[in-house]
Design a protein around this ligand. Structure first.
Ligand code: NAP
Ligand code: MG
Length: 477
């Protein structure tokens, strides 16, 4: 096995690309070049989709469900056997702290296990139609699914699209983000070693701008499953509309973290920094807008700032590191622009926001207070280590502010009043919400957004449904 995969993985083999522009990877913690990876061009897209389609027709679609499950269990096992190598690849590629990287590779393996198990529990219905006879439904696979994924959680998001799509009997062309192709490429190779037939999972690194349209509009691609920015998601949906292609979109977020004075607010203050600064804030679920009830606001901010200062920021290869560098120089510059904007408006940076000395795209986690609801920092997804905290007095007015956002992905709510928890949780416009916790992702439960945060759901049985067409068959008696 090559230490760093640098070619495309098509039809079970490593392949050079004739015409595509290579991608140069830089280790964000050291700013040193890491590798040069093939960038697929439009021709390579055609080849990958055609061979995925062939693999679909010539076996995968019709493989016995038990055999398909066995192969996917094997994929999970092989991922676990290679967990450390995959985690190190991710850490070097995007600066993800090694402890998080290990957890995320493990999560990818669990996703394959879950959908391997789901195959035998995923069926249709028999329906007592008025005219008698036998009416039943089938969940049929679609064909070739294009999975387009971002750089912030490359491995788990790749798995949570590929695994349910494969489990449902589709073949997949996985396009990783240009900044983070390595673990996706390794997954392609490992899945083949685990017994996945050649062509069933293709991995196509390359610039989305250069070859994204070709992939999305390819007539043999039946569904596009996308995670990334709202801008690109919207473009994909427009292109897909031409042929009524299926799409599922997991997009941006600006998630709230609501703390009532009756809550265990000390615990909320101590745990909330990692709900926004984990993955250096490059998290669609980051709780970047905090609403704290005024009675505890000052004490809460004090504790939150103290907890933020204790975070271990630095070298992602060290197991104790909690916050690594940003993914690229450009990403850090974009975050710094938001901070400059806040300073220009006279907002208080209670801690952080500076660059530590030395190489690497680091930025100290920043806490902004005294922000206004019209500020860009409050309204826009920053995708970096910045949180805004505001006090509130009234539940109803606070909820209006919470929902005054084009996004609606995730959120947290802290209260010990059960009736309030039920009432407020129902009214927050978001696809997922956690009460007295910051957890957003459960392999077994649906994950996705309201409003401009997306369409369709990843994970759980809902995702598997989304990779099938529902067919009704009637047999006369
Ligand atoms: P992005 O620019 O939208 O990129 C996502 C993926 O789309 C990448 O693979 C990218 O390839 C590709 N792409 C870019 N232009 C394309 C085009 N014209 N056609 C087809 N594909 C194209 O997003 P990002 O900057 O990587 O990620 C950050 C965003 O993702 C944030 O907004 C974040 O909230 C969102 N996100 C959402 C979730 C969720 O579950 N809701 C999870 C993670 C991230 P290249 O890398 O080659 O440009
Ligand atoms: Mg982008």
């Amino acid at each position: 096995m090559n230490p760093i995969p640098t070619k495309m993985f098509i039809n079970g083999q490593w392949r050079e690309v004739a015409g595509g522009k290579p991608i140069t990877l830089i280790n964000p913690a050291t700013e040193q070049p890491l590798a040069e990876v093939a960038g697929a061009d439009v021709l390579a897209v055609g080849e990958a989709v055609a061979s995925a389609h062939e693999a679909f027709l010539n076996g995968w679609r019709d493989l016995a469900p038990g055999k398909r499950a066995e192969i996917l269990y094997n994929v999970a096992r092989v991922i676990r056997e290679n967990l450390e190598g995959l985690a190190r690849l991710e850490c070097g590629n995007i600066g993800k702290p090694i402890s998080d990287a290990r957890d995320e590779i493990g999560l990818g393996a669990r996703v394959f296990e879950y959908y391997a198990g789901a195959i035998s529990k995923f069926g249709g219905q028999t329906i007592p139609v008025a005219r008698g006879g036998l009416d039943y439904t089938l969940r049929t696979p679609m064909g070739v699914v294009a999975a387009i994924v971002p750089w912030n959680f490359p491995f788990p998001i790749g798995c949570w699209k590929a695994a349910p799509a494969l489990a449902a009997g589709n073949c997949v062309v996985l396009k990783p983000a240009s900044l983070s192709p390595l673990t996706a490429l390794r997954l392609g190779e490992l899945a083949c070693q685990a017994g996945l037939p050649a062509g069933v999972l293709q991995v196509l690194p390359g610039s989305g701008q250069a070859m994204g349209d070709a992939l999305v509009t390819h007539p043999l691609v039946r569904k596009i499953s996308f995670t990334g920015s709202t801008t690109v998601g919207s473009r994909i949906m427009e292109l897909a509309a031409r042929d009524i292609k299926r799409v599922s979109l997991e997009l941006g977020g600006k998630s709230p973290n609501i703390v009532f004075a009756d809550a265990d607010w000390q615990r909320a203050a101590e745990t909330s920094p990692m709900s926004v600064f984990a993955n250096t804030g490059q998290d669609c679920c980051a709780r970047s807008r905090m609403f704290v009830e005024r009675a505890v606001y000052d004490r809460f901010v004090e504790l939150f700032v103290a907890a933020t200062k204790k975070l271990v920021v630095g070298d992602p290869t060290r197991p104790e590191t909690q916050v690594g560098p940003l993914v690229s120089a450009g990403q850090r510059a974009a975050v710094e622009e938001y901070l400059a904007d806040a300073r220009a408006l006279g907002r208080t940076v209670a801690t952080g926001g500076g660059r530590p000395a030395g190489p690497g795209y680091y930025l100290e986690p920043a806490v902004l207070v005294d922000v206004e609801t019209s500020d860009r920092c409050w309204r826009e997804e920053i995708f970096g280590p910045v949180v805004c905290i505001r006090p509130f007095d009234d539940e109803k007015a606070m909820l209006q502010e919470v929902n005054d956002s084009p996004y609606g992905l995730s959120g947290s709510l802290w209260t010990n009043d059960l009736r309030r928890a039920v009432r407020v949780a129902r009214q927050v416009e978001s696809g997922v919400l956690s009460v007295n916790s910051h957890s957003s992702v459960h392999v077994e439960a649906p994950f996705g957004g309201f409003k401009q945060s997306g369409l369709g759901r990843d994970l759980g049985m809902s995702a598997m449904e989304g990779y099938t067409e529902l067919k009704n068959i009637y047999v006369a008696e």
